[in-house]
Design a protein around this ligand. Structure first.
Ligand code: SDX
Length: 430
């Protein structure tokens, strides 16, 4: 008997089956042969929220949740954060290898020359209420971009597909900056091709009345590091949304818009905004024990926002890097007073059996919001700062799905629990 198989006996029929084990998995479709009779559909797996289901093969990002390991195309995240840039990391994610100097220059030039958006987009954005949430504006506007590039529907054409991927990476900072300026009642600042990707973004967001104003280099570097950390994270909720929506062969703008809406949720990318709200609610270090008690008592479904992860059952390696970046940012901006509350919350949680037993550690969102707030961003904008860098992850995963011969339109099954075969009852008989 081969040792890379699973021997299964269906006790309903006494039949025995040998299922192949490949990459630590069995194929769900191999279960369908297990039937009680010819009419039987065959066995399925039931896995709400895909807790134990691989929906694809991917070579982009590797995570070992128990060891707290994160690698982009095999390169450890802490080395990329220390030595790379977001655009170089974007090239790595998209192409699988670090670029040569010439390749990086060409990639940077292409991105730089796609940062503008059609002027009609401004009118589209102006239609939002003055206090519209920037994530809502970003999701809608990215979906609207689909109407400006009808050729993007040619998702099987590599050249066309890559052009849209570059456009999305290049335009996301512009759209995010425009949504910020709209929510602040400020005029839009156009991209400046003389600036680096992240410096250009910060300038479009922060420049007021001084055409030559430039962001502090330490803040540009810190945000670029944060962009590297947020670029991809294998099959998270928003990336899975991009893959599922993209599996209908819709254009990448529409698929990425689905990713943005998934990221908006407080359990996913919206957590960085929720962390700041939580720290503000706690208000002072002395209130931390009382808050922790409420979380443990599940008082009003209170969670320790920025803690826990579906995959990491150890410290999120990105949180370590972000915590270090806090020091560099606070040297420029002054220390965020909420940091003391966050550090105390972490200290108590990491020694409390409730969190230790559930393997709840700080994740990428626990400290990032403190940096964003110190940089002067309003809480509502924090998740946009996640969406910008995650765009390269979304489009790269989209392309991997589209070019995977095993993939087809996503269409899960269900376990039906409702009533069957009821005859219609006329209104006067109900
Ligand atoms: C991101 O998937 C990714 O890769 C995402 C991400 C990425 O880069 O794309 O890493 C980015 O989304 C990070 C996560 C940001 N979200 C938050 O910080 C929100 C707070 N965290 C939780 O909501 C939660 O930890 C999740 C959603 C992140 C993960 O939840 P799971 O894996 O579904 O775990 P669970 O909800 O089943 O929790 C298991 C237990 C439960 O207790 P019991 O029912 O066993 O008693 O742990 C408890 C939960 O109540 N728990 C928490 C908790 N997280 C889980 N209790 C208090 N505070 C928390 N934060």
């Amino acid at each position: 008997m081969a040792n890379d198989t699973l021997s299964v006996t269906d006790n309903r029929t006494g039949k025995k089956f040998e299922l192949k084990i490949e990459n630590g998995c069995i194929r769900a479709m191999d279960l369908r042969q297990m039937k009680t009779d010819a009419e039987d559909f065959g066995l399925m797996t039931y896995d709400p929220a895909f807790m134990n289901t691989a929906n694809c093969k991917s070579a982009i990002t590797f995570i070992d949740g128990d060891k707290g390991i994160l690698e982009y195309r095999g390169y450890p995240i802490d080395q990329l954060a220390e030595k790379s840039s977001h655009l170089e990391t974007s090239y790595l994610l998209m192409n699988g290898e670090l670029p040569s100097k010439a390749q990086l220059e060409e990639f940077t030039t292409k991105i730089t020359h796609h940062t503008y958006v059609h002027e009609n987009i401004k009118q589209f954005m102006d239609g939002f209420r003055y206090d519209a949430h920037p994530m809502s504006m970003l999701a809608s506007t990215v979906a609207a971009l689909s109407s400006f590039y009808p050729e993007a529907k040619q998702v099987k054409n590599k050249e066309v597909r890559r052009n849209q991927m570059m456009r999305l990476i290049a335009k996301m900072p512009t759209l995010a900056a425009f949504s910020y300026r709209h929510s602040q009642g400020l005029p839009y600042i156009y991209p400046n091709n003389d600036l680096s990707y992240t410096e250009n973004f910060l300038t479009m967001v922060k420049s007021i009345g001084k055409p030559n104003w430039r962001p502090h280099p330490a803040l540009v570097r810190a945000l670029d590091v944060l962009f590297i950390l947020h670029a991809d994270h294998e099959q998270n909720c928003s990336t899975t949304s991009v893959r599922v929506v993209g599996s209908s062969e819709v254009d990448p703008y529409s698929a990425v818009a689905a990713g943005i809406t998934a990221l908006y949720g407080p359990l996913h990318g919206g957590a960085n905004e929720a962390v700041l709200r939580m720290l503000r609610e706690i208000g002072d270090k002395k209130n931390v024990p009382e808050f922790i008690k409420k979380v443990k008592d599940k008082d009003g479904d209170k969670k320790l926002m920025g803690f826990g992860h579906r995959v990491y059952k150890n410290y999120d390696p990105r949180a370590k890097v972000i915590k270090k970046a806090c020091d560099e940012v606070f040297e420029v901006t002054g220390k965020n007073p909420l940091l003391d509350i966050a550090v105390e919350l972490e200290r108590i949680a990491l020694q409390d059996e409730y969190f230790v037993q559930r393997k709840l550690y700080p994740n990428v969102d626990f400290y990032s919001g403190l940096i964003y707030e110190a940089m002067g961003f309003p809480m509502e904008f924090f998740t946009c700062l996640f969406a910008i860098p995650r765009t390269v992850g979304w489009v790269t995963q989209f392309e991997e799905m589209i070019t995977d011969n095993e993939q087809k339109i996503a269409r899960p099954r269900q376990i039906f629990t409702g009533p069957r075969k009821r005859d219609y009852v006329m209104l006067d008989k109900r």
